[in-house]
Design a protein. Structure first.
Length: 70
């Protein structure tokens, strides 16, 4: 998979996860999430990060892009 296509697909998956599964509607809401809820989100994100073979920097950039669009 081309890197750009991989990143775009990952972005769609992460956006769907954050918005549809966890109800995250803003960066502030994401960063104020605590405890068990954040642990669950983090675990799901790490699984998808591995599935897409993303570096931490790629994941952070992808999340920044998603939050900028919210």
């Amino acid at each position: 998979m081309e890197k750009e296509k991989k990143i775009e697909k990952a972005k769609q998956v992460f956006r769907k996860m954050l918005v549809d599964e966890y109800g995250i509607k803003s960066a502030d809401q994401f960063f104020s999430t605590e405890g068990e809820a954040m642990a669950e989100i983090y675990e799901s994100m790490k699984i998808e990060q591995e599935n897409f073979n993303l570096t931490d920097d790629e994941l952070n950039s992808l999340l920044d892009s998603i939050f900028d669009e919210m």
